[in-house]
Design a protein around this ligand. Structure first.
Ligand code: SF4
Length: 361
């Protein structure tokens, strides 16, 4: 290990002298002199140390499609680097001589060295790949920062097995990732990879939420994860990524109309069109928000239309009674607009300061 990194990130000293690692879901408690099963961190003198900070085992200029990334700077080359170690122990690993050999030979390299090499070779950026970059955490973080400052893209090729907080700290420095989703089967992860599925799924969500360009890899292993129903499960999960967490079907427009009629009958204060209508429904030619173009004989309504507002405010058209507005809401409706206190969330809404809702750039 070089002397560049004084201590690892994301660990705690325990009263018994052990070092607790908070980097990945394995959650090691390491005694003095002991290394984690990832082969990248060790308790040295009561302090967690990153074993490969400033050391590189391999570096190559690869086509970015080899990462594989097919929709991120296609056709470009990227400088790809790795250190030994991985926190998974997949029985099918294709890079085991690097990922499972913590003592694989390395040579010194600083973040600035990598940036200079990438520029010299017209690389689109830096890719941390071949073994597991997330447990090379401190060096990847520092090299990613240097790459960003140099205008280079940062790519991770990863198993996605990291705790939420360290991942959230790293992701603002990452542009693209290829994440291994090895199976939609926790038993497979336990049996074949010595890991769990849930943290990987959470990490994929985290990458997407952070706006990172994500592509997924699923390596098919005959007899272990290639059954049609296993692939269907994985594909169904991937198809649902980034969508609202509901499996309910779309509400049918007829159901909306029936409920609105029922509400009108029951309480008499849900107004008829044009004062009230069903929101976010398909528009029809009877919709108060759609008008046939002049001269049209059988004009079809627009394919979809997201109208809004269910019930009109104000007195009921049938009984003239005011709707039951809570006192606090009534006060806020009648209060004049005013700027918030300095330092409050409303501080910038003063008209004098160019307030109002934020505008799109
Ligand atoms: S990163 Fe390594 S040392 Fe830390 S919990 Fe994971 S396997 Fe253990």
């Amino acid at each position: 290990m070089s002397g560049i990194a004084p201590a690892a990130a994301w660990w705690r000293r325990l009263p018994n002298g052990q070092a607790a690692c908070d980097l990945c879901p394995i959650g090691c408690r390491l005694r003095e002199g002991q290394s984690g099963p990832c082969g990248t961190r060790a308790n040295r003198g009561g302090v967690m140390r990153p074993l490969h900070y400033g050391r590189v085992a391999t570096a190559a200029l690869d086509p970015i499609e080899k990462k594989p990334l097919y929709h991120f700077h296609p056709g470009r080359d990227i400088l790809s680097v790795a250190a030994p170690g991985c926190n998974l122990h997949c029985l099918f690993c294709q890079n085991w001589s690097l990922s499972q050999e913590p003592d694989a030979p390395t040579r010194p390299a600083s973040p600035a060295d990598l940036v200079a090499a990438a520029r010299a070779q017209d690389s689109v950026g830096l890719a941390f790949t071949y073994s597991e970059p997330l447990v090379w955490y401190e060096f990847v973080r520092d090299a990613a920062l240097a790459a960003r400052e140099a205008g280079l893209a940062v790519v991770l090729v990863t198993n996605g097995y990291l705790n939420e907080e360290p991942l959230a700290e790293l992701l603002p420095l990452v542009d693209a990732a290829n994440i291994d989703l090895k199976a939609m089967d926790d038993a497979f992860y336990r049996r074949v990879c010595k890991a769990r599925l849930a943290p990987v799924l959470a990490a994929i969500d985290g990458f997407l939420a952070a706006g990172v360009h994500v592509e997924l890899t699923n390596l098919l292993i005959p007899g272990h994860n290639d059954a049609p129903e296993a692939v269907d499960r994985l594909v169904a999960h991937v198809a649902g990524l980034g969508r609202p967490p509901t499996s309910a079907p779309t509400t049918r427009p007829g159901a909306c109309r029936r409920r609105r009629r029922r509400a009108r009958r029951c309480c008499g204060r849900v107004s008829r069109p044009p004062r009230g209508w069903s929101g976010c429904t398909w528009a029809t030619r009877r919709s108060p928000t759609w008008t046939a173009p002049p001269g049209a004989i059988r004009a079809a309504p627009p394919a979809t239309r997201c109208s809004s507002i269910a019930a009109a405010a104000g007195p009921s058209p049938t009984c003239a009674r005011a709707p039951p507005v809570p006192a606090a809401a009534a006060r806020s409706r009648s209060a004049p607009d005013r700027p918030g206190r300095p330092g409050s969330l409303l501080a910038n809404t003063s008209p004098e300061r160019g307030g109002g809702p934020p505008r799109a750039p």
